[in-house]
Write a protein that binds this ligand. Structure first.
Ligand SMILES: Cc1cc2nc3c(=O)[nH]c(=O)nc-3n(C[C@H](O)[C@H](O)[C@H](O)COP(=O)(O)OP(=O)(O)OC[C@H]3O[C@@H](n4cnc5c(N)ncnc54)[C@H](O)[C@@H]3O)c2cc1C
Length: 253
């Protein structure tokens, strides 16, 4: 498949990941591109952490419109399918996404972005995710696991409540099998105590607690705009230089 272009994706199924949060599966093997008789189906390639733009047929869209960007939350090593993972809240886009039927075809564009993630770099990486901002890191960690790579990574991710925390069991399993990977889930609004979760917002103390050589690490920040700007402020105060930071925000939440 050519690098970046419009294509047609076939919806396969959806899977509930947490309260209000679903992964949507699409066929990756027979991805149609080109129009009419000149159209043909082929394989869709992408790199871990990349995203696509999805267009939905919505007859009466709200003011937010008919397309959205989504990170591909699956790994390129998941050969048969690709997934996007999102919270279903209330826009006409999300309600239409949630009512897709298996076999239905939708339009998409991409793949876009490359998160400066170099699988060959041995430099310590710190991933900071606000909620659903975990999607590119899930793709990357799954890729590292499938490829049996040995990279030093610490993932921090925050959710308001335990019921909303996604990919927990899967990433904890990867962590348990890979000494160089650490995952820290923190809950910001949960009143109950869970020993396997940190409590409260991510801050410099939490980062320093788990990352010894943080001054020499690369930081990747992904989440809603408010999360992104708060984390950039914290990293700045910790003396992390701009060229050590890679960030992407998920607007609209
Ligand atoms: C590079 C990139 C990658 C991204 N990757 C992901 C990803 O992996 N997963 C993901 O979930 N998102 C991702 N996003 C964000 C995504 O594109 C949407 O902007 C986001 O999911 C919000 O969707 P929505 O506008 O449909 O609103 P919703 O999810 O429906 O709602 C979000 C908020 O807006 C409010 N709202 C919704 N509709 C209305 C309305 N009509 N009027 C007033 N308020 C309203 C809701 O109450 C809620 O507070 C990404 C964005 C970018 C740029």
């Amino acid at each position: 498949m050519k690098k970046v272009e419009k294509f047609e994706l076939e919806f396969l199924k959806k899977e509930k990941m947490a309260r209000n949060t679903y992964s949507f599966y699409f066929d990756r093997v027979h991805v149609k591109r080109g129009l009419g008789k000149r159209g043909f189906a082929g394989y869709f390639n992408f790199k871990p952490g990349q995203y696509i733009k999805i267009y939905l047929p919505i007859s009466n869209p709200d003011e937010r419109g008919t397309s959205r960007y989504f990170t591909i939350s699956s790994s390129p090593t998941d050969k048969d399918f690709l997934t996007i993972t999102t919270r279903i809240i209330r826009s006409s886009f999300k309600l239409t996404l949630n009512s897709l039927r298996p076999g239905q075809k939708i339009s998409a564009f991409g793949p876009l972005g490359y998160f400066d993630f170099d699988p060959k770099s041995k430099k310590q990486k710190v991933f900071l995710a606000g909620g659903i901002g975990i999607t590119p890191f899930h793709s990357i960690l799954r890729y590292i696991d499938h490829k049996k790579l040995d990279l030093p990574i610490v993932l921090f991710v925050s959710f308001p409540f335990k019921e909303e925390a996604i990919f927990f069991d899967e990433l904890k399993k990867i962590e348990s099998e890979k000494p160089n990977i650490k995952t820290v889930y923190t809950l910001t609004k949960e009143e109950n105590y869970y020993p396997e979760f940190e409590k409260g917002r991510m801050g410099s103390n939490m980062i320093k607690k788990y990352v010894q050589n943080y001054k020499n690490s690369e930081f990747f920040v992904v989440g809603p705009e408010a999360f992104e700007s708060s984390m950039l402020g914290i990293l700045n105060k910790m003396g992390i230089l701009k060229n050590q930071i890679f960030n992407e925000n998920f607007p609209g939440y």
